[in-house]
Design a protein around this ligand. Structure first.
Ligand code: SF4
Length: 227
């Protein structure tokens, strides 16, 4: 749990900085332009364990061939598997997409449901994908925080978060930071900042707009000055 409550000004500064940065430097993917719930649902399947560059090349092709869940349901699993070959993991991906499509058609008539609890009951749709479908596809505020976002929050609020904190707690914590009006931009901002600057390779230091309020950056800077 939280050691102490991060102060309101810091949280506000975090949100404002993230939104401003995303407006200027956010990445432009084709799946960010036409965001129907179905398109977001497909995007998340294509992005699983695949780079965004590979998924980007394949995304439009997939939507052309399978424009709705019904074409997926009617498809032959071997054809689907072969079609998915260019982005890899075709066996798991084809089985997952087909099972999920069949479930949605059977239980919701082919329309993706609009609550988190219903979405996570769909086979192969986890917390992150469910939040993406809500926030990006339906405009409903939800914390679509992937591992990149978890890393950014953990670094910026390091002194306020217990070291043994779980991802679930970080997700709960992030609810408190989401701007109801700008939740889509906020979520894209966390994904992009975590991918481009606060990556698993380490801190981008002077390039990062969060450095003034980032506990990790400030601690490293202090240690460097003292050594
Ligand atoms: S200052 Fe460094 S550690 Fe902090 S959020 Fe930015 S890139 Fe991550």
């Amino acid at each position: 749990m939280l050691n102490n409550c991060p102060n309101r000004n810091k949280k506000k500064k975090f949100v404002t900085t993230l939104l401003n940065w995303e407006k200027k430097f956010g990445r432009d993917f084709s799946w960010r332009q036409n965001r129907s719930p179905y398109n977001v649902f497909i995007t998340e399947f294509l992005l699983k364990r695949t780079t965004s560059t590979a998924a980007q090349k394949f995304y439009i092709q997939f939507l052309d061939r399978y424009p709705t869940l019904f074409e997926i349901k009617r498809s032959n699993i071997h054809d689907l598997e072969q079609f998915l070959q260019p982005i890899g993991l075709q066996k798991q991906r084809s089985r997952g997409i087909k099972e999920a499509a069949e479930f949605i058609i059977k239980n919701y008539g082919g329309e993706l449901p609009n609550t988190f609890d219903e979405l996570i009951k769909i086979p192969h749709v986890g917390n992150y994908s469910a939040a993406c479908i809500l926030s990006f596809g339906m405009g409903i505020p939800a914390p679509a925080i992937d591992s990149n976002g978890v890393r950014v929050i953990s670094n910026v609020f390091k002194n306020q978060l217990d070291p043994s904190i779980s991802i679930k707690t970080i997700l709960q914590f992030s609810w408190d930071l989401i701007s109801p009006r700008d939740h889509t931009l906020f979520n894209y901002g966390l994904i992009d900042l975590g991918a481009l600057l606060c990556s698993y390779r380490g801190c981008s230091k002077e390039k990062c707009p969060m450095r003034i309020i980032c506990d990790t950056y400030q601690t490293q800077k202090k240690q460097k000055n003292e050594s």
